[in-house]
Every structure is written in C-alpha cells, then in structure tokens.
Design a protein around this ligand. Structure first.
Ligand SMILES: [Zn+2]
Length: 231
C-alpha cells in the first residue's frame, strides 16, 4: 500500500487491515515460529531495554533485527525519561522492573529524525489545546535550553541538534534512578544514546569520551556509559 492510499484509508478500512493482520499472524506467522513462542510463553530474558518515541515509524525490533523476547520496550511521546522522584509513572516503573527483576545489562534511549515532540519543543504554541503533552515535554526543556544557549546552528539544523541533546538529557535523567545508578556504579549496566534517521536507516550513537554522536558500524561502538567505580 502506498502512502497516498494509506492516508485516504477510512476508519473501517483501517480496522479491517488490523484485523486481517491479527488473523495472518495467528495462521501464518505463529506456526512458523511456534517453538520460539512456546519457549517465551512462561519467561522473558530480554537482552536490552529500549526506550523510544511513540512515533509509528519506529519499529525497535525491525531496526535492530530483534525477535520477540529480545527487547523490553517502553515508548512515549519524545522518548522521555522523567527524573527519579518527579513522576513515578510508567517509564520509571519499567526501568526499575527491567533492571531489578529482569537484570537487563543495557538500556538504550533512542530518539529519531522528524520527531513531532521535538518540533513541539521548538514551537510551544503548537501545543495549545494539548496541556498534557505540554506538561510531559517539560522534561525536554533542559535540552531546549542547552541548544538555545550553546548552539549557533542554522535553523534547519536546530531540530537535529535538539533531538541529540534530548537523548543526552534523558540519559542524565536515567542516571537519577537508584536502580540504574547502583548498577552503573558496579559496572553491571550500560546505557546508550541513539538517534535513528527514518529516511536513511542510519543510527548514530553517543560517544561520551568524544562528546559526539557517531554512526554505528563505523569504527568502535560509541559508548555513553560513565566509568564504573565498584568493579
Ligand atoms: Zn518522536
């Protein structure tokens, strides 16, 4: 289906397509992977926690070529991680569960190109009539201020720089969570800041030692994790 055809999809067609997918999954896809789903029926041991935007164009399993059971995913508008203690909602709960109960060794915060949330941070007037979104995006305010005060970037670059700074701000917030801080200190947990480009498929990761984002697969993997102290 082309994008044009999809944008003219009626409400009924949208539902019909979803239901057709449900049936296709059950009748065609599931039988091919029955062994995997039977194994997953009673336990999960994900290899990473993946925190990303709710944007429909991001498929964490697709862009990392992961299978069911591989990623513990939390999504929200703007891939935000509220600082610990401010709002013990879904994101904080998912982080604590992933680290303490599942023992994940990696947490990835992944922003993306053309992010509507980041555009709204740059243009707060667009949030008139959306008080909940406005309130949620205050957790990205720090990134906007960092860009405003430091980046002499041309207008067309501002969104990209803000998107990167927002990922770094959320990594900072992530480190305020006690479960995360404790396991970072002991070297049992690694955190990663990524930005996914929808149009090119490229993912750039933050290199804390160099203070820059670099393409994954181009040299050593850029690492955002601070040095551990209790190994
Ligand atoms: Zn987004």
């Amino acid at each position: 289906m082309s994008l044009d055809e999809k944008t003219t999809e009626t409400a009924q067609e949208a539902l019909d397509n979803l239901i057709a997918g449900v049936i296709q999954f059950r009748e065609d896809i599931y039988p091919e992977q029955r062994e995997l789903f039977n194994k997953l029926a009673h336990e999960q041991t994900p290899r990473a926690m993946f925190i990303t935007c709710a944007d429909s164009r991001i498929l964490p399993e697709l862009i990392t070529q992961s299978s069911p059971g591989d990623l513990f995913v939390t999504r929200n508008v703007g891939n935000i991680v509220p600082p610990y203690g401010i709002m013990n909602g879904g994101v904080s709960t998912a982080i604590e569960f992933a680290v303490m109960a599942l023992g994940v060794h990696h947490i990835i915060v992944c922003g993306h190109s053309d992010c509507g949330a980041m555009k709204a941070v740059l243009n707060p007037a667009s949030l008139d009539g959306m008080p909940t979104v406005r309130s949620w995006l205050r957790h990205a305010e720090v990134a906007r201020t960092v860009v405003e005060e430091n980046c002499g970037c041309a207008d067309h670059n501002t969104l990209g720089v803000l998107t990167e700074e927002n990922v770094l701000a959320q990594l900072d917030h992530l480190r305020t969570h006690p479960s995360v801080a404790a396991r970072l200190a002991s070297g049992q947990l690694f955190i990663h800041g990524w930005v996914y480009n929808i149009g090119t498929s490229e993912i750039r990761a933050y290199d804390a030692s160099k203070g820059e984002f670099r393409l994954i697969g181009d040299g050593p993997l850029p690492m955002a994790t601070p040095k551990s102290r209790y190994v």
